[in-house]
Design a protein around this ligand. Structure first.
Ligand SMILES: NC(=O)c1ccc[n+]([C@@H]2O[C@H](COP(=O)([O-])OP(=O)(O)OC[C@H]3O[C@@H](n4cnc5c(N)ncnc54)[C@H](O)[C@@H]3O)[C@@H](O)[C@H]2O)c1
Length: 302
């Protein structure tokens, strides 16, 4: 199959449903051979079922592409290592890793159990780190063998990680952590030919059904702005060799809109050249805040 990703092998985690499924189908449509990972968990991360990953792999094959299902848990060393192994042993190489799997356990902080904290931080943050680590080890070995890969990693953050979201303290912290991980991975892995970026998507999936229930396709054009398939073209391009030179960046993608997100940078500053007293520090802080740009509102804040 010809296309932007022909000759490439891609992994998509959590690709049995929602955004991951759309990314896997879009990568395959551009010629990639795809390892479709999904543990098949419920909305809150409980249970397991191999069905979703197999169905998507079958769908790709039915459309004339190549795909294999992988049902492992990406937040375990065994799951992440076997995922990378599946790509290399089945198709002989790995070019693109799309980290996407995850789930929610929303609660206000006062009601958030330690278990809900651990489960959500684990699946998103560790679930990004472990596949990234095992893919990086593979690409470093390729580089050492004299084969410099045009490797790409696309991580999945969220507006919750960028601006915060009421009732999602665990999720917002994990998704903000993914931005930090993306920046470090981009800085460390460029020497192995690996470019690492992140997307913060918005789309109607089972995860966001309630939030986006009202959104419908435009009656005149038929364009459904909240379809997960709208996010995939940017993911495919970032996952292809065509995105050469782009690394350590964060994009929001929703409907027909792509936005480069510009991160923390120094704002107004004052230097006394000596230690402040607390009262002086407070006075200086208030003066600087008066000059500073107001922060983006937290999602769901009154
Ligand atoms: N839908 C949105 O608007 C939106 C917004 C911001 C961020 N996101 C992020 O996009 C990603 C995809 O979300 P979605 O909306 O498609 O949700 P979804 O529930 O439809 O799909 C997530 C998939 O991940 C799988 N999964 C969960 N834990 C796993 C594990 N340990 N190993 C392997 N697979 C696992 C699930 O079985 C599920 O099929 C998530 O990281 C989510 O946080 C989504």
């Amino acid at each position: 199959m010809s296309g932007l990703c022909s000759e490439r092998v891609a992994i998509v985690t959590g690709a049995g449903r929602g955004l991951g499924r759309a990314h896997a189908l879009a990568l395959a449509a551009e010629g990639a051979k795809v390892v479709v990972n999904d543990l098949g968990v419920g909305l809150d991360g409980t249970g397991t079922e191999t069905g979703p990953a197999r169905l998507v792999a079958d769908e790709i094959v039915a459309r004339g592409g190549q795909a294999i299902a992988h049902g492992g848990d990406i937040a375990t060393t065994e799951g992440a290592a076997s995922l990378i192994r599946t790509a290399v042993e089945t198709y002989g190489r790995l070019d693109t890793l799309v980290n996407n799997a995850g789930f929610l356990r929303d609660r206000m902080l006062v009601n958030l159990d330690e278990d809900d904290w651990d489960a959500v931080v684990r699946v998103h943050l560790k679930g990004h780190f472990l596949p990234l680590k095992h893919a990086a080890a593979h690409w470093r070995a390729e580089t050492k063998a004299g084969r410099i890969p045009a490797a790409r990693v696309v991580n999945t953050s969220s507006g919750a990680g960028l601006s915060g979201s009421v009732g999602q303290g665990n999720y917002s912290a994990a998704k903000a952590g993914i931005i930090g991980l993306t920046l470090v991975a981009a800085a460390e892995m460029g020497r192995y030919g690996v470019l690492v970026n992140a997307v913060a998507p918005a789309a109607r999936t089972r995860m966001t059904e309630a939030t986006f229930a009202e959104t419908m396709a435009a009656p005149d054009t038929g364009f459904d702005a909240m379809a997960p398939e709208n996010v995939s073209p940017l993911v495919v391009w970032l996952g292809s060799a065509a995105s050469a030179g782009v690394t350590g960046r964060v994009f929001e993608a929703e409907g027909g809109r792509i936005t480069v997100m510009e991160g923390w940078r120094p704002g107004p500053t004052a230097d006394k050249g000596a230690r402040w007293s607390p009262a002086e520090a407070g006075e200086a802080a208030l003066k600087l805040l008066a000059e500073a740009t107001a922060p983006e509102p937290v999602y769901g804040a009154q």
